[in-house]
Design a protein around this ligand. Structure first.
Ligand code: SAM
Ligand code: SF4
Length: 371
């Protein structure tokens, strides 16, 4: 049966190639990627929310082992299960054709994925075409010194860097394998390259709560926003999450002793709610899935590096996009699977951190769906 003209197809004789500039002349690069024509209306879930934001975990691997995110001894996925860069591009492009306006690459650590800049470069064509408003990423910063310039050259303008402490020994204790100096160099390189950096800090009781004020003052002094995140019960870790959990309602109340916080309507498309700190003039965000979730305005879905689509960070229901993707050169079946998945997007999550029930609310680690 012939495919309808509107279904994006890839040239079968000429496979999609995402190669480095060293392997192919740069001018050829974009010719290998076909931009699909718009195939249908935008993605709207059963609660009337427009899904315009896709977060893509490009790898489950990481060069750190943050205590709240992974156990030290992680088993990673076999390569055959992981979408190739070409396949990741195809899925992202399908979402863009369905009205997604913002793509965030995450992980694991996105910058440890081999040849990741080729994916960033190929996706940047959607920025140029105006179909995408933003291409961004969340990173631990360890590889930023290497990649900051390329990211900016490919249209990335803002990035999130995760940094829970600026004390070297504590940084090592939290990340197990990380080197603070490298991350600080990476942040500097990103700023020098013209990238706006937002720092993400997971608030950990008794670990870094005393650093929240210094972190805020440092970030704002350096012209960076800071977002605080509540630790979420995802995946088994070594240790008890109830020991780590610090409600941001408590943090906010104690900040009010020192700072005037003014609610502002600033939005980045993510779940953070922002205030302006009067004394520093900078922005402070709160991501509070535990004390106050903002599911009612959720506009995003998450793709894992194996092509599984999670419609909610805090629920286990998912849709497999890899099978339809690999079954056909046409995107028809994948697009149908995306539509079907969005029709199942739940109203919200049910995260609970409870001492009597010391099990994660969802079994997978944050590194699977990328936070
Ligand atoms: N490796 C990159 C990084 O650390 O920025 C990207 C992936 S990481 C999973 C994305 C974000 O999720 C980071 O800011 C990290 O601190 C946060 N995160 C990981 N596990 C978490 C958890 N259980 N609760 C809350 N945030 C978590
Ligand atoms: Fe790696 Fe990010 Fe998870 Fe830390 S939070 S272990 S850097 S994926």
């Amino acid at each position: 049966m012939p495919l309808p003209a509107s279904i994006p197809r890839h040239d079968t004789k000429r496979p999609l190639l995402l190669t480095t500039g060293a392997e192919r002349p740069k001018s050829d690069f974009m010719d290998d990627i076909r931009i699909p024509t718009k195939t249908a209306d935008t993605l709207i879930d059963p609660f009337g929310r427009h899904v315009t934001y896709l977060r893509v975990s490009v790898t489950d691997r990481c060069d750190f082992r943050c205590v709240y995110c992974m156990s030290e001894d992680m088993t990673f996925l076999p390569k055959k299960d992981i979408l190739t860069l070409e396949e990741l591009d195809r899925v992202c492009t399908a979402f863009v054709s369905r009205g997604v306006r913002k793509l965030r690459l995450t992980g694991g650590e996105p910058l440890v994925r081999r040849n990741i800049m080729a994916l960033v470069e190929s996706l940047s064509r959607h920025l140029k075409s105006g179909e995408l408003d933003e291409l961004t990423l969340t990173t631990n910063g360890s590889q930023l010194a290497r990649f900051a310039g390329d990211l900016h050259a490919h249209g990335v303008r803002r990035i999130n860097v995760s940094l829970d402490t600026r004390e070297a020994a504590k940084f090592k204790a939290i990340t197990r394998w990380g080197d603070l100096a490298k991350v600080m160099d990476g942040i500097k390189a990103a700023q020098d390259a013209g990238l706006a950096v937002k720092i993400n800090m997971v608030a950990l009781k008794g670990v870094n709560e005393d650093e929240i004020v210094p972190m805020l003052e440092w970030c704002h002094g350096e012209g960076m926003d800071l977002t605080l995140i509540e630790t979420m019960p995802m995946g088994d870790i070594e240790g008890d999450r109830t020991d780590q959990y610090l409600p941001l309602s408590v943090v906010r109340a104690s900040l009010l002793d020192r700072f005037a916080l003014e609610d502002i309507p600033y939005k980045t498309g993510g779940p953070a709610r922002y205030v302006r700190v009067k004394e520093t003039g900078g922005r402070l965000g709160f991501i509070t899935p535990m004390t106050h979730n903002f599911c009612e305005s959720c506009n995003r879905v998450r793709l894992t590096c194996t092509g599984t689509l999670y419609m909610c960070l805090g629920q286990d229901d998912a849709a497999d996009l890899r099978a339809p993707l690999r079954a056909s050169e046409s995107d028809e079946a994948m697009l149908a699977a995306i539509d079907e998945a969005i029709s199942r997007k739940p109203k919200g999550h049910d995260f609970v951190i409870d001492r009597r029930r010391n099990r994660p609310s969802v079994g997978r680690h944050m590194s699977v769906t990328g936070g």
